[in-house]
Design a protein around this ligand. Structure first.
Ligand SMILES: [Zn+2]
Length: 219
């Protein structure tokens, strides 16, 4: 389903990363310099990617990513940054040792593997260099939906829906709908203490039968 060569992935990633900084079309010369290849080979490769519908090439102006190319680039960037995070946090690497390893691992990892590692590390927001890890999900088969009251203490969940009752309750607290919450404690009366990513903690009363639905990535 996802048939990309290592070179294709490197080009898509390079365009993505240049655009992360500049936001405009990426010139062929700029791209060639970034990848340390000759301009004619960059032109050849861009033609190939354009034929596959992954990039848009406007002669004399430059290249941009189309939807499928953008998706693959985001995935490779996520794969790279997940591996760097994993190597530092779980495998005892120094920060300056991880980039080369991640350059290889990013291409060798399936979407499932990257998403499992992402869940295993509780959805890190940035890699050890401080670069943002894309929160997009590239593999969804391991998703389980549960209610807040079934939450596991200490686990961080993605919030998918909240009931009107809890929505109003949060509005009263001037909190919007949070994207992620961590379950801190479930009290005997069924109310739950949760924590937001910014460390704000609050108590959700036990509204009868109404609940938050949460997404849980099993691992
Ligand atoms: Zn790196």
């Amino acid at each position: 389903m996802y048939e990309f060569s290592k070179t294709e992935q490197d080009y898509l990633k390079a365009i993505y990363q240049i655009q992360e900084k500049t936001n405009g079309l990426v010139g062929i010369t700029e791209l060639a310099n970034y990848l340390k290849v000759a301009a004619p080979s960059a032109t050849e490769m861009i033609k190939r990617l354009a034929k596959k519908g992954l990039v848009d090439h406007k002669k004399y102006y430059g290249v941009s990513l189309k939807t499928d190319g953008y998706q693959e680039a985001r995935f490779i960037v996520k794969s790279h940054r997940i591996w760097e995070t994993f190597l530092v946090e779980q495998a005892g690497y120094q920060i300056d040792e991880v980039h080369e390893e991640a350059e290889n691992l990013e291409h060798a990892s399936s979407r499932k593997l990257v998403e499992r590692l992402y869940a295993l590390m509780d959805f890190p927001k940035a890699d050890p260099h401080g670069s943002e890890i894309p929160a997009d999900r590239f593999w969804e088969s391991s998703v389980i939906e549960i209610n807040l009251s079934q939450g596991e203490i200490g686990h961080r969940y993605e919030v998918i829906t909240i009931s009107d009752e809890i929505g109003e309750f949060l509005m009263d607290l001037t909190l919007g709908q949070p994207k992620f919450i961590t379950v801190i404690k479930i009290l005997p009366d069924g109310s739950v203490i949760v924590k937001l990513d910014d460390e704000t903690r609050f108590l959700i009363p036990n509204f009868q039968k109404t609940d938050w639905e949460l997404k849980y990535y099993s691992h």
